[in-house]
Write a protein of this length. Structure first.
Length: 530
């Protein structure tokens, strides 16, 4: 009965995550079909019956796929990270720690579904993008673990690495710039985050629970690796004379749309069955070999983890197939239909805000985050306030991206002042808020962003005849940046409130004409203790 309730709760979470977008798209379809005059949109941009049928099938597949995926990762990825994290630290061998951490970072990143979705939209060989980003995550996972081991300041490391990023992006093809920052946002997704969480917990447990706060920045540092990896790809392509596809070569996002729902779905299921197997099996093999040599867990525990990986596999195949056949095509069509005429801009902005708001409100990890903020602040900031401000900020991020695409200006006009504010705040607020803020970027840029909102933005830019690489991509970077600002601002508000409350309390205790007894000996003791 307990397991049934657990699965039911996961099904409910998945349904709630998907329902707002599904309801909004069905409402748009009904308005287009029954409220707008005939010929309002060109025929190729109208949502056809087969489009909405494919979308509804995809909704059901995503709900069940997300349920299986969520259950599977909790039963496998988190435990794999926890057991290996604890084991490698206990070995007390720095070279062993580096090799194992790097290998795990690469393998887990290759299995990340958000990265698979993004890499499929770029127009460069998927294997090159995924492989390079995997190496980037592996390197920075090692850096994150070494930071904990040698107790280095997280703020200084963020400042140094992001400073390097902002220098390097100006020496590559500007069309790569949005892709660089988008890759950092999608990498810390539903596979990587549970693993990193378990890995951090395992490391903390091996130290007897000490320095558990240090695990907060692990996910954030792993987001820097993909950015630098794509910078290297861009530099190599520039040196070898290769370029991103031109607008004429960029594949029309609607080219694959047709009425053969069964054929499209069968092709997607077969293709993703193979690709997901190549992603998941290496992680499982790595764990089993490592477990047999170093950990030697009970057989029951190993079988539970293997079963969890099988469930994860089923969920991933269902999720990616649904995205390919239902979500991305209708999002692209909607973006293109609204990008054909300037009079639609206000509606495009409103729709973008709703997509961003609904997507983040429905993300289960966001609800965990806001609960954690309320606990860390000792109730000073209520979780519903955080959730409201957080979701509105993501909606604003989508609106800003669409505005940028309409007026055609550089992404750095947002990112440079945004990150200047981010790093300025990082030296004013407690370190815990900075680490949580950077980690939350991966939470905000969840599956809905890369599978629906990003294709919508790409379709909008494509229909306007703009360079998709410059003005279609960049959304994930904006969505990932907003939590860095919002959460640190909340940390600053908490600090100001606490200082104000302390000042008021001191004033009440010490009125102007009060007679007071001062114990000099106790004061001296307190000063000595300080």
């Amino acid at each position: 009965m307990g397991k049934f309730k657990f699965w039911l709760s996961k099904l409910r979470e998945a349904a709630i995550s998907t329902a707002p977008i599904a309801i909004l798209i069905v409402a748009i379809f009904l308005i287009e079909r029954f409220a707008l005059p005939a010929g309002f949109f060109e025929d190729k941009y109208q949502i056809a019956d087969h489009d909405i049928y494919a979308f509804l099938i995809a909704v059901a597949m995503i709900v069940f796929g997300t349920m299986f995926f969520s259950v599977g990762t909790e039963q496998s990825m988190t435990d794999i990270g926890k057991y290996i994290g604890s084991s490698v630290v206990k070995k007390k061998n720095i070279f062993f720690l580096i090799i194992m951490t790097f290998a795990l970072g690469v393998l887990v990143t290759i299995a990340e579904p958000d990265l698979a979705v993004l890499s499929g939209q770029i127009g460069v060989a998927k294997e090159i993008i995924v492989g390079a980003i995997g190496v980037g995550v592996g390197v920075f996972l090692v850096i994150g673990v070494l930071r904990v081991a040698f107790k280095k300041n997280l703020n200084i490391m963020f400042l140094a690495f992001y400073g390097l990023v902002f220098i390097l992006v100006y020496i590559i093809d500007p069309r790569f710039l949005p892709i660089c920052f988008d890759s950092g946002g999608v990498t810390t997704g539903p596979v990587t985050v549970p693993f990193l969480l378990g890995f951090g917990l395992g490391m903390a447990a091996s130290h007897g629970g000490k320095n558990s706060d240090d695990s907060f920045g692990l996910t954030a540092l792993c987001s820097v690796g993909p950015i630098l990896a794509v910078v290297i790809i861009a530099a190599v392509m520039k040196f070898s004379g290769q370029e991103l596809p031109t607008m004429e070569q960029f594949a029309d996002p609607l080219a694959s749309l047709n009425g053969d729902i069964g054929g499209n779905l069968t092709h997607a299921l077969l293709s993703n069955s193979r690709s997901v197997a190549f992603s998941v099996v290496p992680i499982l093999v790595f764990f089993i070999v490592y477990e047999l040599i170093f950990i030697k867990l009970p057989l029951k525990t190993v079988l539970r983890i293997v079963l969890g990986m099988v469930i994860t596999y089923i969920g991933l195949v269902s999720f990616l197939s649904a995205v390919e056949t239902g979500f991305m095509p209708i999002a692209s069509k909607l973006g293109q239909s609204l990008g054909t005429d300037n009079k639609f801009l206000p509606f495009v902005i409103l729709l973008g805000v709703l997509f961003g708001l609904f997507g983040v409100l429905a993300e289960p990890a966001v609800h965990v985050l806001v609960q954690e903020i309320e606990q860390v602040s000792d109730g000073a900031i209520k979780k519903w306030v955080v959730l409201l401000i957080f979701s509105l900020s993501i909606g604003v991020a989508v609106a800003l991206q669409l505005t940028r695409a309409y007026f055609e200006f550089d992404l750095m006009y947002y990112l440079i002042p945004g990150y200047i504010l981010v790093f300025s705040l990082s030296f004013l607020v407690p370190k815990i808020y900075t680490a949580m803020a950077f980690d939350s970027g991966g939470v905000a840029s969840g599956p809905m962003t890369s599978t629906f909102v990003l294709p919508f933005c790409i379709g909008f830019a494509y229909a306007r005849g703009e360079d998709v690489y410059l003005y279609g991509f960049g959304l994930v970077a904006m969505v990932a940046m907003m939590p860095l600002i919002v959460l640190q601002m909340m940390g600053l508000i908490i600090m100001i409130r606490r200082k104000h409350a302390l000042a008021v309390a001191r004033k009440r205790l010490r009125e102007e004409d009060d007679e007071q007894i001062i114990h000099f000996f106790e004061v001296e003791e307190e000063e000595a203790a300080i």
